[in-house]
Every structure is written in C-alpha cells, then in structure tokens.
Design a protein around this ligand. Structure first.
Ligand SMILES: [Zn+2]
Ligand SMILES: [Zn+2]
Length: 141
C-alpha cells in the first residue's frame, strides 16, 4: 500500500510509491531548531516516488554536512514535508510525522548524535552515527 500524508491544515498532501531506502533520526542543530529541541525523523525515498498536491514553499540552508539543504513546507501552516540535499537531488527525505498513520515506518539510524542535547534519550537499538552517515544504497531490484 502506498504511503500518504498531509500538512496540518490539509493544503498540501502527498502520496509515496514503494518502500523507503532508509529511515533516520537526525539530531543535528538545525533539526533541533525545526523540531523544537528533539530530532527530526525521516524516511528517504527516490524523488520520483513522491507526488505532492498543493503548494509548497522552500527554504535553503547550509547543512552541517556542507551540502545545501532545501526543505519544503506548507506556506499556510508551516508543516515540513520533505528535505533535499544538493548532493543527492535524486532523493527526498520525508518527515515521518507528516505521513498518515497507521504505517510501518520508524527510524533505524540516529545521526549527528554528537550534537544531541545531554538529556536526549536515543534508542540504543538504533545504528548510531556521530555525524553525517553515507548516503543510503539504491534499492536492490
Ligand atoms: Zn498546511
Ligand atoms: Zn538534521
């Protein structure tokens, strides 16, 4: 079953075909600002797998990795939908929180854990990267 999701106000919705290439919880400082102190939780899909309905606005910043990150959000309610790295424009990193429940997505990797606050509770079952991990491998066919 394809994944679907929307922003909080419903102006933006999306459907996603197929399974993610990877799922990650990011503790970089920029994600902490976006998420109100905690990490962002993300599922990475091929760009062409994601179909968006509605109008997104985008903003860009220099990511901790040195790449330019473009993140897209609903201009009406501010809900983040996905990010894209200049190094990997063939991938879209969807915010798991915007995906409709129920779904089977959960983070499998915690990244930029060196930047996590001292009070962070990071699941010890997650694969851990102190900084930027390698890009996810292409889906095997
Ligand atoms: Zn909205
Ligand atoms: Zn981050």
């Amino acid at each position: 079953m394809p994944y679907s999701g929307r922003c909080e106000c419903g102006q933006v919705s999306f459907v996603v075909a197929g399974k993610p290439l990877g799922t990650r919880q990011c503790w970089c400082r920029q994600c902490q600002r976006l998420a109100g102190g905690g990490p962002t939780n993300n599922a990475i899909f091929p760009t062409e797998a994601v179909t968006v309905t509605g109008t997104l606005r985008s903003a860009q910043w220099q990511a901790a990795s040195g790449n330019t990150l473009t993140f897209s959000f609903c201009p009406d309610c501010g809900t983040q939908i996905y990010g894209q790295s200049s190094a990997r424009m063939h991938l879209k990193t969807l915010r798991i929180g915007a995906i409709d429940q129920p779904h089977d997505l959960r983070p499998t990797m915690a990244i930029w854990t060196d930047d996590a606050p001292a009070w962070a509770m990071i699941d010890p079952a997650l694969e851990r990267w102190p900084g930027q991990p390698p890009a996810p491998a292409p889906v095997e066919t």
